[in-house]
Design a binder for this molecule. Structure first.
Ligand SMILES: [Fe+2]
Length: 266
């Protein structure tokens, strides 16, 4: 399995606070059958306070963690990615190789939990027009989504992919997130599941259990969300998703996308 959304490097963001904790987390991952961990470092998140580690340092730290994990007999690959905090500047930062994944074709984007910024749809649209597919991080955890699932449908309709946290599905992140995750998955609106690990306690790897619960909701199709779909993203290959119907739409924005969506992938 590929676990697409995680914070596993020690002391680079709000993830593990020691090398020992990172190694213990990776051991847990391997025991769950996870072969690949994507380390999605927070990028321009207010809680990091401008203390981002540069991409060369991050690559060095990943190599170091890989060496130490191999020494312990933990057989796992670690990929470097970013979880980009939404600001209106997304089109300006795309030249930074750290912010995209899959040869520059995908960007994992998170929003503030309590509100979705005005105008974000237009920025996502412009990213898509540039050939970068937005992946909405832990979509079930946003308050507006918990109140209105149509927001997720609109994101998909406009060409975004949807990621859900395994911990939400398992109830580790509150009742609202659990309910919302369950609905997103059972209605076929999820494309990727990630553990979104931060530590070796409450926010540790949980993909194995999440997949078991997800199977009850939507059957074996859940397996693609931890295997073939994240694999395609890492390789920069297109991910084909089922067409979606929306009941609420902003005609000018969505119609523009509908007309031009195929141009990007075809
Ligand atoms: Fe995260």
């Amino acid at each position: 399995m590929i676990d697409f959304h995680n914070h596993v490097l020690p002391n680079v963001d709000d993830g593990p606070t020691s090398m020992e904790m990172s190694l213990s987390m990776l051991q847990t991952a391997a025991e769950q059958g996870i072969t690949d961990v994507v380390n999605t470092v927070h990028y321009q998140h207010p809680k990091i306070g401008g203390k981002e580690v540069g991409i060369d340092d991050l690559r060095f730290k990943i190599e170091d963690l890989l060496k130490r994990s191999k020494k312990r007999g933990i057989d796992i690959n670690i990929h470097l990615g970013a979880e980009v905090f939404y600001l209106p500047n997304l089109l300006k930062i795309v030249e930074d190789p750290h912010v995209t994944m899959g040869n520059g074709r995908y960007m994992l984007i998170e929003f503030p939990f309590h509100m979705l910024p005005d105008g974000h749809e237009q920025v996502l649209f412009e990213l898509k027009m540039k050939g970068i597919t937005p992946i909405i991080a832990h979509s079930e955890r946003y308050r507006p989504v918990q109140q209105n699932l149509e927001i997720v449908r609109n994101w998909i309709y406009s060409g975004c992919l949807i990621q859900v946290d395994g911990g939400s599905l398992l109830g580790y992140l509150g009742r609202s997130a659990k309910e919302s995750a369950g609905k997103i998955i059972s209605e076929g609106l999820c494309h990727i599941i990630g553990s979104d690990v931060h530590d070796d306690r409450r926010r540790n790897f949980c993909l194995e259990k999440a997949v078991t619960v997800g199977k009850e909701l939507m059957g074996d199709q859940i397996i693609e969300m931890v295997t073939t779909i994240p694999e395609k993203i890492l390789k920069g290959e297109p991910v084909e998703i089922e067409e979606i119907e929306v009941t609420y739409q902003s005609p000018t924005f969505l119609d523009k996308i509908k007309r031009r969506f195929d141009i990007i992938w075809n």
